[in-house]
Design a binder for this molecule. Structure first.
Ligand SMILES: Cc1ncc(C[n+]2csc(CCOP(=O)(O)OP(=O)(O)O)c2C)c(N)n1
Ligand SMILES: [Mg+2]
Length: 374
């Protein structure tokens, strides 16, 4: 077990690789008591990853069948998402980018409501962010980092004990939003966990064109801990996130976690990844599949039997089928909603546009009340 955190006494060569907890075959068992996870929790982590895998594959299929406008697959990143979201308290907030359906599964968000964003029926999804303490789907790269820091600063001012965890990619670390967020969080001692899923690519731009220094080390410049973790090891991700969340809540000390993982699928269903990366690279990472790896360990360590896996398989199939049926049945939102929630009183120009849009919708057989069926 090793942890990459700020250690001024060690040279680069002396540090070990990313934090890992799951043993490879033949290695001794890790000390799981330190993680505070019971066998039931260990099985639950698998269940959540399996549900996520199935729902993600189904969402990709739904896009291919024209039921979603676009979808960014998360296959390969299940451990990074499930392990981190599972490590939080219910009162903690999550601020996602656009690829975190796995974290939404952990939070129990209705995936039909989540996928309204990708069906292009509503901004950010129709789920209740406050009820789930889960921000809206956020596509402008890095923007959600500022939301997370602002929320944490506000909670601290209100004297509420929580942390906010923000997901972003390797590409987002090139955005000013990332650096501004880190600096603000450090200076104002805000309870934030910066969770970078380094999946090696930002669309067609490789990590090497994004940064020279390792991502986790950037934390040093802001004055808080940085941890590099094996992002395909769900227990290591859980451990790093839990420790970071405790530090954030108890000491107001942010942490930057770099979860090293891989985007097995294309950037989104609108991308052809074969144009910029090799099959060998993808195959190499496929062999590190986080779900299969964890399943193998659960079997080897006698923590789950075939009956358990069969049950999860069946549940995952039903889970994805319900999601599919719900997405297909969902209708567009009422047209007039486009004009709501920005102005208390609609300006004359927008009122005219709204009336025209409603008239257009009625002429085209849409009554503007379609959310009733959603
Ligand atoms: C501000 C901004 N610039 C550009 C884009 C287009 N864009 C969407 S995703 C993406 C790559 C982001 O890569 P990364 O942060 O590594 O996250 P990943 O998609 O790999 O999860 C880009 C450039 C955008 N959505 N927002
Ligand atoms: Mg990326």
């Amino acid at each position: 077990m090793s942890q990459r955190s700020i250690d001024h006494s060690a040279t680069e060569d002396e540090r070990e690789g990313p934090l890992r907890v799951l043993p490879v075959e033949g290695e001794p068992e890790p000390d799981l008591t330190a993680l505070g996870l019971k066998d039931q929790d260990l099985r639950e982590l698998y269940r959540l990853m399996a549900l996520t895998r199935r729902a993600d594959l189904e969402a990709t299929a739904l896009q291919r069948q024209g039921e979603l406008a676009v979808y960014p697959p998360l296959i390969g990143q299940e451990a990074a998402q499930v392990g981190s979201a599972f490590a939080l308290e219910e009162s903690d907030w999550i601020f996602p980018s656009y690829r975190e359906m796995g974290a939404a599964v952990v939070r129990g968000i209705d995936l039909v409501e989540y996928l309204h964003f990708y069906r292009a029926t509503w901004h950010g999804g129709t789920y209740d962010s406050n009820a789930h303490r889960f921000g809206m789907v956020s596509v402008p790269v890095g923007s959600q980092i500022l939301h997370a820091v602002g929320y944490a600063m506000g909670a601290k001012l209100d004297g509420i004990s929580l942390c906010s965890l923000v997901y972003f990619g390797d590409g987002a670390t090139s955005e000013g939003d990332f650096h501004e967020g880190c600096n603000f969080a450090a200076v104002f001692r805000s309870p934030v966990v910066f969770f970078c899923q380094n999946n090696q690519w930002a669309i067609s731009v490789p990590l090497s064109a994004q940064t020279v220094a390792p991502i986790w080390r950037k934390a040093e410049a802001y004055g808080f801990p940085g941890v590099q973790v094996d992002g395909n090891d769900v227990l290591a991700v859980y451990r790093a996130t839990r420790e970071a969340a405790i530090r954030a809540r108890d000491e107001g000390l942010p942490t930057l976690i770099e979860a090293v993982t891989y985007r097995i699928g294309p950037h989104s269903t609108a991308d052809d990844a074969t144009r910029y990366r090799s099959e060998e690279e993808v195959a190499r990472w496929r062999s590190k599949d986080p779900v299969e790896r964890y399943r193998g360990w659960l079997i080897r360590s006698d923590r789950a039997d075939q009956e358990f896996f069969d049950g999860v398989e069946e549940e995952a199939g039903e889970f994805a089928a319900r999601m599919r049926a719900g997405v297909i049945a969902s209708r567009p939102r009422p047209v007039e909603e486009l004009f709501e929630w920005v102005y208390a009183e609609l300006p004359e120009t927008l009122r005219r546009q709204r009336d025209e849009a409603l008239e257009f919708a009625q002429r085209n057989g849409r009554d503007g009340n379609e959310a009733e069926h959603a």
